[in-house]
Ligand binder design. Structure first.
Ligand code: GDP
Length: 311
């Protein structure tokens, strides 16, 4: 990418898109195109087509998506499938029509089968059944991967796909019902400490394991790969390390200073037992994460408190 290349970051107000914008700006890219969902409804085919025709971006980061944690995925099953399919189809198709030089599609580690071997190699895509709670979201993301593959095969489009692991960081969603586990626990333990509560409820059994990547690290990997990777194969982006939900809860409890009890609500689903990404290929392409979970948690917690003080 040239410093003046026109770069469209779809989803620039989300945790991932905003981290990509920060990373691009820190590397000196100045010509970043952004649209809020009020300005441009990415589910609207004509609107997206007109936008690409008007702006003619050179590069596209497709980080716009309807996302949520285990409850959101399982509850808004139709929206997670429809909205994500529409957004990615419209953007990928318009990118081809308007001759975008290169597009990066951001998928998710939930595209891999529920019972796949660990760590998850890119080759495991579509070799087994998906996890039920996030199947609609995963199907939409798999369709995005296949669109990029098919447009590359039929039209020669340089569209690449990356699969981030579970993410956390600045500007995350802290809604107690619909967020992912890490922001949900930061908020729950923080509020319990503030209110001198005696216990905090954590969902499931605590035995599932998850890998967590700081969103600013993901953004750095995405920009690095946009500049260096032109392959047809999907690429995992993670740390290669995971911890149990129980360990995560204990770590966040200690971080917030809460001294009460953890109560496990086993009526809530556990989801996939484990989804640790194999990051061998990512490392071989010259990128490795730099923020440890402990450091990322501290930064995120500080940011969460700062946001609360603004309200
Ligand atoms: P997943 O990675 O798609 O399963 O999504 P989540 O981040 O929502 O959940 C990960 C794991 O954390 C699951 O086993 C949840 O049951 C567990 N978990 C424990 N407490 C919470 C909570 O308060 N919110 C969420 N979202 N998950 C929780």
């Amino acid at each position: 990418m040239h410093p003046l290349s026109k770069i469209y970051v779809a989803g620039h107000r989300g945790m991932v898109g905003s981290a990509i914008c920060r990373n691009l700006e820190s590397r000196g890219f100045k010509n970043i195109v952004k649209r809020t969902s009020q300005e441009l409804d990415l589910r609207n085919q004509h609107a997206v087509h007109d936008f690409f025709g008007y702006e003619k971006p050179d590069y596209v980061f497709l980080a716009a998506a309807k996302v949520g944690g285990i409850h959101g995925n399982n509850t808004y099953r139709a929206e997670f499938l429809y909205d994500n399919l529409m957004m990615e189809t419209n953007i990928i198709h318009s990118a081809r029509i308007h001759r975008v030089t290169k597009l990066m599609f951001l998928g998710s580690s939930c595209i891999y089968p529920k019972m796949a071997d660990q760590p998850l190699k890119e080759a495991y895509l579509l070799n087994g059944y998906l996890e039920a709670t996030n199947e609609p979201y995963a199907i939409a993301k798999i369709a995005g991967i296949k669109l990029c593959e098919a447009y590359r095969a039929q039209y020669g489009s340089n569209f690449i796909s990356v699969m981030p692991t579970n993410l956390y960081g600045y500007g995350d969603n802290y809604d107690l019902q619909n967020s992912h586990v890490l922001p949900a626990l930061l908020r729950k333990f923080h509020e319990a400490k503030e209110n001198n509560a005696s216990s905090v409820e954590v969902w499931g059994s605590g035995t599932p394991k998850r890998e967590f990547l700081f969103a600013d690290d993901l953004a750095d990997a995405c920009v690095h790969l946009m500049e260096t990777y032109d392959g047809a194969e999907i690429l995992n982006i993670g740390t290669g390390e995971d911890i149990s939900i129980k360990e995560l809860a204990e770590t966040i409890k200690a971080l917030t200073g809460f001294e009460g009890e953890i109560v496990w609500n086993t009526s809530q689903p556990d989801g996939t037992p484990r989804k640790l990404l194999d990051v061998t290929r990512l490392h071989s392409l010259g990128w490795k994460h730099s923020t440890s979970l402990q450091e990322g948690l501290q930064k995120t917690y500080k940011n969460y408190i700062a946001q609360l003080e603004l309200v």
